[in-house]
Design a protein around this ligand. Structure first.
Ligand SMILES: Cc1cc2nc3c(=O)[nH]c(=O)nc-3n(C[C@H](O)[C@H](O)[C@H](O)COP(=O)(O)OP(=O)(O)OC[C@H]3O[C@@H](n4cnc5c(N)ncnc54)[C@H](O)[C@@H]3O)c2cc1C
Length: 422
């Protein structure tokens, strides 16, 4: 039987819920983590863990096991067929993690859950939140288990329950934005790939973008926009896609498919991250195009910042306003990420021949502009948003830190700043 009372109820054991539970367990905060599913998902959506995410995940000691199961790549290249338009190197990042860590989301979730269990925690699976209401001293959440329905009372309830968050809806928090017209195809394939396993490649094409990332087991992750994608893409679909958008001089040959799916992607941001006892993080708070590989990364940083805020409030009895600081820091971070992902998607999918030529000329020039490249790598690695993950010390309002962050962006060269703020 599920306990009926807790300090923090986390609804959703995706990557963000697992990371938050580990942080609370490590910080000695009483909590419950529930998930509607009987088993964790094995869908490997996010394939990249960025430098700033790794910096934050050091707090729960999962970087070594992640690194052991992933592949470190030094470079991200934007290509138009056989031409490399823009090459970004991560070796000079101002971080201990000067690379892209390639690791499938299912592995990241397994590592996080192992750590939670090591710390003595667990996921209560097969427990679906049905709705929640605020009450004196916290909130009451109605849940359905395999056996019956019951109510869990918590001082704080965290919605880590993804894009269709019940907690966000129960808290009355709007989730404004829209769905992209395109469908996205995601596939893990075996193939002969002329570029090899040394970089993540983003191909720009009038038919839509395609990203190819080498996975640690020797297979490749392919993510692409595709109008009217089939529900279950097959080898031929991925082969056609890469023939049309990938390298032309040396063709690739797709030989097998481990897993494939179709997604429709939304571009949305929660109006608020906090409403009384309710707090949001991860996809419950922000969703966007996978261009730039930012979604899970932003959510994991949310989880680590919220973990620290809840430890201060619940264990150390800091004022409850520390949770407002979390909201004030992390919503601007998500706004920047949405702008970056949306701009990358639009640049990648330019259709007219003239605009495409202009874009390619601009990128070739920018490839020789070190300041631009540095700002873009800082944005992609999350390091440009470091201030959005530092809770202020007692007495220093988060609003000030957020303003400083904004100021820092406006001082950057114009094009790079536009990438982040538009
Ligand atoms: C095609 C595609 C490619 C992507 N590529 C990348 C990438 O390269 N890099 C990147 O960083 N991100 C990427 N993402 C985004 C990434 O997958 C998400 O941002 C990430 O999964 C969000 O984690 P989360 O924990 O917030 O939510 P989720 O992973 O959605 O987990 C939510 C959990 O809540 C549970 N739940 C839902 N409702 C309830 C309820 N009522 N009661 C109890 N439990 C509930 C669900 O079962 C689930 O386990 C990609 C996404 C897609 C679709």
């Amino acid at each position: 039987m599920l306990p009926t009372q807790t300090d923090v109820l986390i609804v959703g054991a995706g990557p963000t819920g697992l990371a938050l539970a580990a942080a609370l367990r490590k910080g000695g905060v009483n909590h419950l983590l529930v998930d509607a599913l009987e088993e964790g998902r094995n869908t490997s959506r996010a394939a990249v863990v960025h430098a700033h995410t790794l910096e934050m995940l050091q707090g729960i000691d999962v970087v070594d096991p992640l690194a052991a199961r992933g592949t470190a790549l030094p470079c991200f290249t934007v290509r138009d067929r056989d031409e490399a338009l823009l090459q970004l190197g991560f070796e000079d990042l101002p971080s201990p993690f000067r690379h892209l860590l390639i690791v499938p989301q299912s592995t990241t979730e397994a590592v996080l859950e192992n750590r939670l269990v090591e710390l003595g925690g667990r996921v209560h699976r097969g427990v679906a939140a049905l709705g929640a209401t605020a009450e004196a001293g916290g909130a009451a959440v109605r849940v359905r288990t395999a056996r019956d329905e019951q109510t869990v009372h918590a001082r704080y309830v965290v919605g880590a329950d993804g894009m269709h968050s019940v907690i966000r809806d129960s808290a009355g928090i709007g989730f404004r934005g829209e769905a992209y017209g395109d469908s996205f195809v995601l596939a893990d394939v075996r193939m002969e790939w002329p570029i090899g396993a040394k970089e993540v490649s983003l191909f720009f094409s009038p038919a839509g973008l395609v990203v190819v990332a080498p996975l640690p087991d020797g297979s490749f992750r392919v993510v692409a926009t595709l109008d009217d994608a089939p529900e279950q893409p097959g080898v031929e679909d991925i082969q056609r896609l890469l023939d049309a958008r990938g390298p032309a001089a040396q063709a690739c040959r797709v030989t097998g498919i481990a897993w494939a799916s179709r997604f429709r992607v939304h571009h949305r941001l929660a109006d608020r991250y906090r409403a009384g006892p309710f707090l949001l993080m991860g996809d419950a708070a922000h969703v966007h195009s996978p261009a730039g590989g930012q979604g899970m990364n932003t959510g994991l940083v949310d989880a680590m910042v919220l973990g620290e805020a809840l430890v201060r409030v619940v264990r150390d009895q800091a004022p409850d306003s520390v949770l407002d600081d979390y909201a004030q820091l992390r919503r601007p971070a998500a706004r920047q990420v949405l702008a970056l992902a949306s701009r990358l998607t639009r640049i990648a999918t330019v259709r007219s021949i003239a605009a495409r030529r202009m874009r390619n000329v601009a990128l070739r020039l920018l490839n020789r502009a070190p300041a631009f490249k540095r700002n873009l790598t800082l944005a992609l690695s999350g390091l440009s948003r470091r201030r959005c993950s530092q809770l202020p010390q007692a007495g220093r309002p988060a609003r000030l830190a957020a303003l400083e962050q904004r100021h820092a962006i406006h001082r950057r060269p114009a094009f790079a700043a536009q990438l982040e703020t538009r």
